[in-house]
Design a protein. Structure first.
Length: 255
């Protein structure tokens, strides 16, 4: 028989195994991990087993399988080999053989921190371009070791923390929230956080008013963003009609 369940939800006890769960740092956790985590699969064996095996499966393909023979009752653990896996969705299949056969399936998702990936790390550094100096960007991009990459990235934001005595870094949170907004709202036909609208949004935040002219026969589509407290306005023109808005005056102009 087979059971599929969340790692945090206890199911009805079976005849062979029970209390199956993921634990990290001594706490029960759901199936969201990254490759740097140390995660244990913990379960209780109710009766002596002829064999016990586990397999890690992705898209129907078994990537790793191990088994033990025989297995006595008690609490058992399996250390998950997360560092060997790539980012994605997985199933962990735990199969017990005794006087019956039982298979339990736990699903989990694995992420790879950005500093382990050249592409993700370089993009994360590029996203700092509106707040970092060229020297800082160049120095960070030369780092190859993942641990040193993480340290450099964290030190960059630590040096700009407006409230260093607190756990939160308000500047970092606001800046990355603006990056996400630009990527979500200025991606269609445009360049997301790299676009001209993205650059202005990230640097100055939400405009006080947007004057939008998307469908006018005599002119190209354009937008005017007003920042009244800064006495600034920015004009963006869709020159080619594909939704890519270009900034007319790089520094903006007075209102």
């Amino acid at each position: 028989m087979g059971r599929i369940f969340s790692a945090q939800r206890r199911v009805n006890p079976s005849l062979l195994l029970e209390r199956i769960r993921f634990e990290k740092d001594g706490k029960v956790v759901a199936g969201e991990f990254n490759i740097t985590d140390t995660v244990l699969l913990i379960f209780a064996i109710r009766t002596r087993l002829d064999s016990l095996s586990y397999a890690i499966v992705r898209d129907g393909r078994t990537l790793r399988r191990e088994s033990s023979h025989p297995v006595n009752p008690g609490i058992d653990t399996i250390l998950l080999p997360l560092s060997e896996l790539k980012e994605g969705d997985y199933e962990l299949r735990l199969t017990a053989f005794g006087y019956d056969r039982e298979e339990d399936i736990l699903k989990f998702h694995l992420t790879v921190p950005f500093y382990f990936s050249d592409a993700k790390y370089n993009e994360a550094v590029d996203q700092l371009m509106y707040i970092a100096t060229p020297e800082e960007l160049s120095r960070m991009k030369k780092i190859r070791d993942p641990k040193k990459r993480r340290q450099a990235y964290e030190e960059f934001w630590k040096s700009r923390d407006p409230t260093p005595g607190t756990e939160e870094n308000e500047l970092k949170e606001e800046y990355l929230a603006r990056i996400r907004y630009a990527e979500e709202n200025f991606k269609m036909g445009d360049l997301g956080w790299r676009s001209d609208r993205g650059k202005i949004y990230i640097k100055y935040g939400p405009p006080d008013e947007i004057e939008s002219h998307p469908f006018e026969a005599a002119t190209r589509a354009y937008e005017i963003w007003y920042y009244y407290n800064r006495n600034l306005k920015f004009i963006f023109i869709d020159r080619y009609g594909f939704g890519r808005y270009e900034l007319l005056y790089p520094e903006g102009s007075g209102i």
